[in-house]
Write a protein that binds this ligand. Structure first.
Ligand code: G3H
Ligand code: 13P
Ligand code: ZN
Ligand code: NA
Length: 316
């Protein structure tokens, strides 16, 4: 019983919170996400990139999700759960996901010209809507990872383009670029320097032009200094990793931002714990002995985000 994001976003808009979209590619991450969200009574978007889908296997992926949903339903949870393609880069990939049971897809034409982005996004929307699947589009190019698939340099979303994009495509939500970026190195800071503020002025202009319309924030990991320190303490080497401060995400969650994407924070949490186990118990070779504690850490992280940052806990 997966659902699309329509009602989730309506509730998020009315209740001034954001629905978490957690990325995963394996069983432990998936179990942690549904467990953490079930235990905090939070709606959740299970988010899979094209490469994560390939990693888990495109055929196996929807079955994993079915199993995870059955697991929390058996435990009595009724939270709304969506399965969403992250950063879809072609009509064929989006269609494949829709046909295999995804309830929501992103088509990311943000690196294309406005006209090409509209054309590709509309093509996906026209198919998705016949299947009851919701579609996320994107305008503006985030700094960081997306730079590498882009010939342009990163740029903020242009508020004057958003209305025409939504009208022409029929997209159900819009990802925007207001200063976040993907990965664990979001800003180059000098020692002691604080991360710059997100461009809330751009967000507000977008909200004025699209009243009541769901906005999506990518690249929204906070990059916990505790996890980074643990990784470095136990043999890792993550220099100058830095993310989006939680208070800025809290502010975003109260706005028209209805979906906040988190991948790196989960990766860091699991890696920190696995490194600690490896370092403290070098004779350990049962995967359950390191993947189990890593899964527990991810559950804690998710419950904390839902309750203290996104405000989605108790909002199912
Ligand atoms: O925005 C991208 C996500 O963080 C996942 O990326 O699975 O392709 O590494 P990846
Ligand atoms: P982070 O790298 O900040 O977790 O962003 C994830 C994301 O936007 C997935 O689409
Ligand atoms: Zn993203
Ligand atoms: Na919100």
């Amino acid at each position: 019983d997966l659902v699309n994001t329509k009602k989730m976003f309506q509730k998020a808009m009315e209740g001034k919170f954001a629905v978490p979209a957690y990325n995963f590619n394996n069983m432990e991450q998936l179990q942690a996400i549904v467990t953490g969200c079930a235990e905090s009574d939070s709606p959740v978007i299970l988010q899979v990139s094209g490469s994560a889908r390939q990693y888990a296997d495109p055929t196996m992926m929807p079955h994993m999700v079915k199993g995870a949903v059955a697991m929390v339903r058996k435990a009595g949870s009724k939270i709304p759960i969506a399965l969403h393609l992250d950063h879809g880069n072609s009509f064929e990939l989006a269609k494949d996901c829709i046909d295999s049971g995804f309830s929501s897809v992103m088509i990311d034409g943000s690196h294309l010209s406005f006209e090409e982005n509209v054309r590709l996004t509309k093509e996906v929307v026209d198919y998705a809507h016949t299947m009851g699947v919701t579609v996320e589009g994107e305008l503006g190019v985030l700094a960081g990872v997306e730079d590498e698939v882009s010939s342009e340099t990163s740029h903020y979303t242009r508020p004057e383009e958003v209305q025409a994009f939504v009208e022409k495509t029929g997209a159900d939500s819009l990802a925007i670029s207001i200063g976040t970026s993907h990965g664990a190195h979001k800003f180059k800071l000098k020692p002691g320097e604080q991360p710059p503020s997100l461009r809330f002025d751009i967000l507000e202009e977008i909200e004025q032009r699209l009243p009541g319309y769901p906005i999506v924030l990518h690249g929204a990991s906070s990059v916990s200094p505790e996890h980074v320190a643990m990784i470095n303490q136990y043999g890792g080497n993550l220099e100058s990793a830095v993310g989006i401060p939680a208070d800025q995400l809290r502010r975003a969650a109260k706005s028209a931002v209805c979906k906040i994407n988190i991948d790196s924070d989960g990766r860091l949490a699991m890696t920190a714990v696995i490194r600690k186990v490896f370092s403290e118990s070098p004779a350990e070779f049962d995967p359950r002995k390191y993947l189990g504690p890593a899964r527990d850490e991810l559950i804690s992280l998710i419950k904390d985000k839902n309750k203290n940052v996104l405000g989605s806990a108790g909002k199912m």
